[in-house]
Design a protein around this ligand. Sequence first.
Ligand code: B16
Ligand code: MG
Length: 209
Amino acid sequence: MKKAFIFDLDGVLCFTDKYHFRAWKALADRLGIPFDENVNDRLRGVSRMASLEIILSLGSASYSEEEKAAFAEEKNELYRTFLKGMTPSDITQEVRSTLDELRRRGYRLAIGSSSKNTPLILERTDMAKYFDAVSDGNNITHSKPDPEVFLKAAEFLGLRPEECYVVEDAEAGIDAGCAGGFTTVGIGPAAHYAKTDMPIRTFADILQL
Ligand code: B16
Ligand code: MG
C-alpha cells in the first residue's frame, strides 16, 4: 500500500526546459558550440555541471575548472531571470486539482528534483503549499541517475522507498527511482521508457493508479 508520491519538478509539475534551452543556447553561441533542441533533450534531469560537460564536449576547446564554474554561473544567472518571470498561472489547473485530490485521499507529497533552483520555482508558482517535504539539488551530492534525491525525499517523509511512487519525465530519473527501490511512474518521454513501471499519458491519470 503506497503512502506517498515523490514528484520530479521540471517536465512533470512545470515546464522550465524552454528557459534552460535559452540560457544554455546563449552560452553555447558565445563559445561557438552547436546547440539545438536535440542536445537540450539530453540534459533533462541531469545536473547543471553534468549538463555543462555535455555541451562543452560538443566543442573542441578545453577549459579549466574555474572557467567551467564561471560558465555554469553565467547560464544560471540568465536562467534565474527567466524563472523570476514565472507566476502561479504557469502551473496547469490539471496539476493543481490532481495534487489537491491526492492530499484529500491522504497521500503525503514530496518534491525530488535535481534543480538547485527548486525553492525559487516553488515560490514563484505558489506550489510549496502542496508538499510535505522538498528534496532537491541543494541537499544531494550525487545527481540522477543516482537515487540519492529520492531516498532523501523518502527519509524526509519518514517512509521507506517501497511505500512511495516516484513520478518522472526523464530516463535518468526513472533509473534513479528503480535504483532506489521505488515504483516509478513515467510521463512524457519516460512513458515510453522500458524501465518505467507505470506509464501515464496525462498528469490526472495519477488518480487512476
Ligand atoms: P539547476 P528536474 C532538472 O530538474 C532539469 O531537468 C535539468 O535540465 C537541470 O539541469 C537540473 O534540474 C539542474 O537544474 O541548474 O536549476 O540546478 O527535472 O530534476 O526537476
Ligand atoms: Mg524532470
